[in-house]
Design a protein around this ligand. Structure first.
Ligand SMILES: [Zn+2]
Length: 564
């Protein structure tokens, strides 16, 4: 699951949503907050063959030998070969490049360097230099090793342009040749879907670049930092960021017009607003209440940073089950689960391994089991693809590449994604995300009824998880998608799945303790494999391929061939 806060993902064009960080919000004194050990979750018996196969795959992929499956590392390559071997065992056909299992994904990596990073504000001949780390972090630049800009600054609120909702943060402002200073997120008056879309950093940067800005500064709000502390952003500063790479070696979805970028901590925000007649506290309140207005800032901003940029190669792993009906042989139903995770290094001793057992060894293992089940029955009319994706944690990059450049001839008609099933307490249900946007909702209802699993509403709709994993790369390419999360209704009164989930998100999400020690419920995992297999079978056999619901936001935005 990708949840890079705006600070860590600064200037990544991928979806970065400060408003949608996936942190459940129980009371601060909740047992989940401080507990160093999971809540009472005894390791369950794993007594079904399907559960045992899934466990074996999770154990292999989350093993130290895979070194956290970091994109572009030997550990990831080993994991990719493991998945290819499993595809062959299961009886899939290779469907990557040139008749092999792998589809190569060209990437560009950039790491921001501390040396030479600057953010200064000049006002009335007086220069205020912010302290690196403590007060600001430089943004990574995929287009130049040394970045610098000096320009007048303008505050553009949350940089949201939503004429359909009667909202324009840019009304009356001139950004040409200026540094755009902005908050993340989107007005709370927007519905969850629109708020998710307008919260994405990609949209904000696109907006300010279209209006002529030459630099960008994101300002954290206190609410942002309640969800993701500044200290964690500081820790993440040296981590490399990635983009897809085009034929000319340039990053796709980067913004060369922006000469330099940075993020400023909430505690430092007043340094930018001084003399404007507004305080940071007032603006934080206004953002919360959806009544933020932009204005010119006094003085000018100087930004500078250095980045180390290098090409990186990685691969998606692609297998196929041929369809049975030549009339729909070109209509692929695509299963996806990201294989990459955060790699290794860092931590207290610099040797931490980010095993990513739930995120997303488990999702890949469930996809493998669903594939195995689908090879056992009659082939559906449409062909099925199984894609273990790279670079999800870097911003859904493997998915974006596959959705735009499939390694098969034909069109992709549906995506069934698996990411970070938080199955650490037994449940009777699953939580579908995003299905209401398309006719996949009816398919899901049928499949769930047949398998005997209940469907529960998303407990955190405001977190808009639908735009935060690989399915969103398919949605952006106009392809209806379905994504199932683990359930929230306990099968055992002593084990509360919500508490287990909250504990995991607080303590182990994107941490070394997302590992094989977790009490993974392999029985629930096997049920999730059956359900996902059934969904694929039904979509594969359906008379019509899935379609967006009339008037749906994503259908309207991306439905006819994807985004501009
Ligand atoms: Zn993740």
């Amino acid at each position: 699951m990708t949840v890079r806060p705006i600070t860590a993902l600064l200037l990544s064009a991928a979806l970065a949503c400060t408003a949608c960080q996936r942190t459940a919000s129980p009371p601060a004194d909740d047992a989940a907050t401080a507990s160093p050990a999971p809540p009472t979750t005894p390791r369950p018996a794993n007594d079904t063959p399907a559960g045992q196969r899934i466990e074996a795959d999770v154990a292999a992929l989350a093993d130290d030998a895979m070194q956290g499956r970091g994109t572009g590392t030997p550990g990831y390559e080993r994991a990719a070969l493991y998945v290819a071997d499993r595809y062959a065992d299961i009886g899939l056909q290779p469907a990557g490049d040139d008749g092999g299992w792998l589809q190569s994904v060209p990437l560009l990596q950039a790491t921001v360097l501390a040396e030479g990073a600057r953010l200064e504000i000049e006002r009335d001949g007086r220069v205020t230099a912010l302290a690196l780390g403590e007060q600001f972090l430089p943004g990574v630049d995929f287009n130049r090793g040394e970045s610098a800009v000096e320009a007048p600054a303008v505050f553009v609120g949350q940089a949201v342009h939503a004429p359909g909702l009667g909202h324009d943060d840019f009304a009356g402002l001139d950004l040409r040749g200026k540094v755009a200073v902005m908050f993340g997120g989107a007005p709370g008056t927007f519905d969850d879907t629109r708020r998710a879309f307008h919260s994405s950093q990609r949209e904000k940067l696109r907006n300010v670049v279209e209006r002529g800005a030459v630099g960008a500064v994101f300002v954290n709000t206190v609410d942002d930092e309640a969800r993701y502390p500044w200290s964690r952003a500081v820790e993440a500063m040296g981590r490399p960021a990635m983009r897809l790479r085009d034929r000319d070696g340039r990053g796709i979805g980067t913004w060369p017009q922006l000469q330099a970028t940075a993020v400023v901590s909430a505690a430092t925000a007043d340094a930018l607003f001084e003399g404007s007649g507004h305080t940071a506290a007032q603006l934080f309140d206004a953002a919360r209440e959806g009544r933020l207005r932009g204005f010119d800032l006094r003085g000018s901003v100087r930004l500078a940073s250095r980045s180390r940029i290098a090409p990186v190669e990685s691969s998606n792993v692609v297998g196929r089950i041929a369809g049975s009906d030549p009339a729909v042989a070109g209509e692929y139903v695509v299963y996806t689960a990201h294989l990459d995770h955060l790699g290794s290094g860092g931590g207290e001793d610099g040797e931490a391994v980010y095993s990513g057992a739930l995120d997303n060894a488990l999702g890949v293992a469930i996809m493998l089991e669903a594939a195995r089940e689908l090879t056992q029955g009659p082939a559906p009319r449409r062909p099925l693809l199984f894609v273990a994706l790279t670079a999800e944690e870097q911003g859904l990059l493997g998915a974006e590449w596959f959705a735009r450049h499939p390694s098969v001839d034909g069109r992709l008609v549906a995506n069934i994604n698996l990411d970070m099933p938080m199955l650490t307490a037994p449940t009777t249900d699953v939580v579908p995300v995003g299905v209401a946007h398309s006719t996949l909702d009816a398919v899901l209802e049928q499949a769930a009824a047949e398998i005997g699993v209940a469907l529960s509403p998303d407990p955190f709709p405001e977190e808009v998880v639908f735009v935060r994993s690989d399915q969103y790369a398919f949605v952006r390419a106009g392809i209806p998608a379905i994504y199932l999360m683990g359930g929230v209704v306990g099968a055992n009164p002593d084990q509360d799945p919500m508490l287990a989930m909250t504990w995991f998100l607080r303590n182990c999400y994107h941490q070394p303790c997302d590992n094989l020690e977790l009490p993974i419920q392999y029985g629930d995992a096997a049920r999730m494999a059956r359900l996902n297999a059934r969904i694929g079978q039904l979509v594969g056999d359906a008379a019509q391929r899935p379609a967006w619901k009339p008037g749906d936001f994503f259908g309207g935005k991306f439905g006819s061939g994807g985004e501009r």
